[in-house]
Design a protein. Structure first.
Length: 560
């Protein structure tokens, strides 16, 4: 077990029930939250039978906090006093139990996929029309409006399609993911229900406050106003596309909380990595990081930038560097991170050509139950009938027995897994191959397994690797070509910051001057505008990188 720092102890012992914890990547916020929960329970701030509600944004984040908590709380206390949920799970639970207070049927169909997207596909709508429609519906549901109010709002010129979709949804008696928080908020507006939840949950913990939407914050406030501990880091706010408003939320919780604990000593990264992350600080708005123990990092760590003529050459080079790193430190983890799965494909190809084992984070890493369901579905899969089916997602739902699963988190996992199957089948992967790519219960192994890991920036959030290689630092890729407003550009810088700050010993950035399009046509690419910023950290070039690797004392590195 780790020895808590003064800041972490302060967080554990803070007497006020509301608390704001602000710290950049790798400073031990998750650890601090586990200590905080232990403090709240053991001091008797939250007394039996009251529970502590912990909200997270992904299954991996949930597993992460659960693992840390296991170090501090006995199993019985974990079971009886802790509830960990994501916002959709919380909203679904509120809806099933209390929909009657807002005059709705609690048995309406809960969301189990992108219903709007599927409908749009059926109707043959193009990408842009569908995206505009989804945005319109999402925006109309970000306030606590009743169905009738949403309907009224959409009765204006330009909203005809959205209105038709909304009416179809109501007619079919189903909810979308946008409806869940809207209705949860309406339900919580009733004091009888809110009082029940306030009595049930003595305190609330929000990990990653920068990912909250204002709507989610209002839900948290209804249950835990002045009794919530928020932890996060503005520089890791990369969910603007999902409605997160980091600055707005930060201002609100800063006003709510009586006490604020800020710290910036990284326990994760070497000085060389931190210099790169700090060099982006002007763009991301993050506090500058210092190393908790700078002398302990062999050679101060590694930071490098490599330029390549083509994406194929880049793929080869990255394969060789990754292979060299794991050969020298077999217990280490190398994370190869790209903005998108597609931009990573040359590295993937180079690794496969050399028969080098790697973990692909977008493989079907499924919990035991979901994996069993998917594998059994694919064993006796009728591909002919599937290919002939007009609605393939519905076919998959039926084939997997989706409706027999009641537990919301089980439904969510299966829905994700079915979408994953759908994508692969659409790409022509055979059911047998898809089955072969299912990894049972590997999700936690991924988080700790040594070797080479391939992922994207968003997936890697909250994780750490000994070495991080960022692929494709080109204009249009990172920053993404769709980022046009100042806010969107800031978010792109934050995506790079999140990628780099996963690294312990070293970070390597790479780009290619020519990258083929999906159709195979070469296209020249200019370097990412972020290079100008990180250059201030004086990273090595590829020659310097090779020298560093050749000269370093790998016994010392491997044991740090
Ligand atoms: N007091 C401590 N002493 C030594 N190591 C620590 C301490 N606290 C945390 N760590 C280690 O530092 C690393 C980062 O911790 P943690 O994941 O809690 O940081 P974080 O602030 O939540 O990071 P991120 O914002 O990137 O998710 C982990 O490996 C953790 O075990």
């Amino acid at each position: 077990m780790i020895r808590p720092t003064t800041s972490q102890l302060k967080i554990r012992d803070a007497a006020a029930r509301d608390l704001l914890v602000v710290a950049p990547a790798g400073c031990g916020k998750t650890e601090a939250l586990a200590l905080r929960i232990q403090g709240l329970l053991h001091r008797g701030d939250v007394t039996s039978p009251q529970k502590i509600l912990i909200t997270t944004f992904s299954n991996r984040a949930r597993d992460n906090i659960r693992d840390r908590l296991n170090e501090y709380l006995p199993i019985s206390e974990m079971r009886e006093r802790i509830a960990i949920t994501n916002f959709h799970g919380l909203a679904a639970r509120l809806f099933r139990a209390h929909a009657n207070v807002i005059g709705l049927d609690p048995d309406l169909i809960l969301p189990d996929g992108d219903w709007v997207g599927a409908q749009a596909r059926d109707k043959g709508l193009d990408f842009n029309t569908t995206a505009a429609l989804q945005k319109m519906l999402r925006l109309s549901k970000q306030e606590p409006r009743t169905d009738a109010e949403v309907d009224a709002l959409l009765q204006k010129p330009g909203c005809e399609k959205a209105l038709a979709f909304e009416r179809l949804r109501v007619e079919q008696g189903r909810l979308t993911y946008d409806d869940l928080p809207r209705l949860a908020e309406l339900i919580l507006a009733h004091d009888v229900v809110a009082d029940l939840y306030r009595a049930h949950f003595g305190a609330v913990i929000v990990d990653e406050f920068q990912d909250l939407t204002p709507q989610q914050l209002r839900i948290v406030n209804r249950i835990g106003y002045k009794r919530t501990t928020y932890a996060g880091d503005l520089a890791q706010g990369i969910y603007g596309f999902a409605g997160a408003k980091p600055n707005e939320v930060y201002a609100a919780i800063r006003a709510e909380c009586t006490e604020v604990v800020e710290f910036s000593e990284s326990h994760r990264s070497s000085p060389a990595v931190l210099a790169m992350v700090n060099a982006l600080g002007g763009l991301t708005g993050g506090n500058a990081l210092t190393s908790a123990d700078p002398e302990s990092w062999p050679n101060g760590g590694l930071a490098a930038i490599a330029h390549h003529r083509t994406a194929e050459a880049e793929g080869e080079w990255i394969m060789k560097v990754a292979r060299a790193l794991v050969a020298r430190a077999p217990g280490h983890r190398v994370g190869i991170i790209a903005r998108t799965v597609g931009r990573r494909r040359f590295v993937e190809g180079a690794l496969e050509a050399e028969d080098i084992h790697f973990f692909r984070w977008d493989d079907g890493i499924l919990d035991t139950d979901t994996a069993r369901t998917i594998k059994s579905m694919l064993t006796s899969f009728d591909l002919k009938r599937y290919l002939a089916a007009p609605d393939k997602m519905t076919f998959l739902y039926d084939a997997s027995g989706f409706d027999s699963i009641i537990d919301p988190s089980g439904r969510e996992s299966l829905r994700d897994a079915l979408t994953w199957c759908y994508d692969l089948l659409r790409d022509g992967v055979t059911p047998q191959e898809v089955r072969g790519r299912v990894r049972v219960g590997d999700a936690t192994t991924l988080v700790s397994a040594p070797g080479i890991h391939l992922l994207t920036g968003h997936v890697g959030k909250g994780q750490q690797f000994d070495w991080v290689i960022v692929v494709g630092l080109e204009d249009g890729v990172l920053p993404d070509f769709r980022a046009t407003t100042a806010e969107e550009k800031t978010e792109e810088a934050r995506v790079l910051s999140v990628m780099m700050s996963r690294a312990r010993h070293g970070v390597i950035l790479s780009r290619a001057a020519s990258v083929p399009t999906n159709a195979g046509r070469p296209m020249s690419r200019t370097p990412s505008s972020f290079f100008g910023q990180v250059a201030a950290a004086r990273p090595l070039d590829s020659k310097g990188l090779v020298e560093w690797i050749t000269q370093a004392d790998w016994n010392v590195i491997a044991s740090r």
